[in-house]
Design a protein around this ligand. Structure first.
Ligand SMILES: Nc1ncnc2c1ncn2[C@@H]1O[C@H](COP(=O)(O)OP(=O)(O)O)[C@@H](O)[C@H]1O
Ligand SMILES: CC(C)(COP(=O)(O)O)[C@@H](O)C(=O)NCCC(=O)O
Length: 314
């Protein structure tokens, strides 16, 4: 049996946190008050200690990788005697449902925007490429939501191809956790970003019947990891927050409304069952086995604190 994580350099929080101190001062991004305010406004639960200790060195590392990427692109086009193309540097973020992928991706977007400019950094999620709930139900796939067959992988691969071809304008369908469905005719649009972040449970998965993987389009991949029991806890906390928001809105058409009309303990029990029957098997069978594909693993412990960063050696 091959030991897990054997292909990674496992770097503890304190050592990782010290890395930016070794970067020449003129290259160091200082997180200004404005960026901190944006982060707080987006999620006030995010620890500022994590922002400084984990994310600041990570942004430095991404900048390094971005510079290497740009150089390689110029050298390749020079070799071919062709003009240099505008191809975004693509970062994929993977991990379980509710592990914190979208929070990590948004945090990275805000921090990279401070460095590269707001318009340069775009973000989308593969949730938008899920088949709509009505289609999943019609195909008897609703209990398989999040599993590979519940996505329109062809549309996702077409999107990735256009993105890397440097399309001038591009759009991706939007998913809403509030209604737990893809929003009809609602898109995010992108105009030639320098860095494109795409997050989703399936970003490192193989694509059945297609010659390429989504991750073939990535220049850097990140897997957000944690013990399964903790992720289940975070899933339930998020569920309760969504219920509270729905109850407060008084919107009886909301997907979560029926759960607001029963005792909380009963609703939470249903959520535990959804975790047990859908999201946990998906994690064990399809998501966790992709972890070792990632260039970098952010390992979380209680309270979402990152205790280790794993950097792939080979
Ligand atoms: N760094 C963090 N600090 C505090 N809470 C977090 C952090 N990351 C995620 N969360 C919370 O954990 C839950 C799941 O996070 P989310 O980003 O929605 O996960 P995912 O996109 O992987 O499903 C949410 O309630 C979110 O607010
Ligand atoms: C949309 C998802 C597949 C992916 O979610 P995410 O990683 O954004 O949390 C997931 O949230 C989901 O809906 N799973 C199906 C079972 C459930 O309702 O949780």
């Amino acid at each position: 049996m091959v030991e897990m994580a054997f292909n990674y350099e496992v770097i503890g929080r304190a050592i990782w946190g010290d890395l930016t101190k070794k970067v020449a001062h003129d290259q160091l991004t200082t997180i200004n008050q404005e960026t901190l305010a944006h982060i707080k406004a987006f999620n006030d639960q995010i620890s500022m200690d994590d922002v400084m200790t984990i994310y600041q060195p990570l942004v430095q590392y991404i900048r390094l990788r971005y510079q290497q990427y740009e150089r390689a692109l110029v050298e390749r086009q020079n070799f071919l005697g062709e003009p240099v193309l505008k191809r975004p540097f693509v970062i994929g973020v993977a991990g379980s449902v509710a592990v914190g992928k979208s929070t990590t991706a948004r945090l990275l977007q805000l921090m990279l925007q401070a460095e590269f400019g707001e318009k340069s950094i775009a973000l989308t999620t593969t949730d938008g490429f899920l088949l709509p709930n009505a289609t999943l139900k019609a195909r008897h796939l609703f209990e398989r939501k999040g599993f590979p067959e519940s996505y329109d992988m062809e549309a996702l691969l077409t999107f990735m191809t256009k993105l890397k071809e440097g399309a001038e304008e591009l759009r991706s369908p939007r998913y809403s956790h509030e209604i737990s469905d893809v929003l009809p005719n609602t898109y995010d649009t992108f105009k030639e970003p320098k860095i494109f972040i795409i997050e989703g449970i399936n970003t490192l998965q193989a694509t059945p019947n297609a010659p390429v993987y989504v991750s073939d389009f990535f220049d850097l991949s990140i897997y957000v990891d944690a013990a399964t029991k903790l992720i289940e806890e975070w899933y339930i906390t998020r569920f309760k927050a969504l219920l509270a928001r729905t109850a407060q809105s008084g919107d009886a058409t909301n997907f979560f409304w029926p759960w607001t009309q029963m005792p909380l303990s009963q609703a939470v029990e249903i959520a535990h069952n959804v975790w047990q029957d859908i999201n946990l098997p998906n994690l064990e069978q399809y998501i966790l086995p992709t972890r070792e594909r990632a260039d970098l693993v952010l390992h979380k412990v209680s309270g979402h604190q990152i205790d280790q960063v794993w950097l792939r050696k080979y």
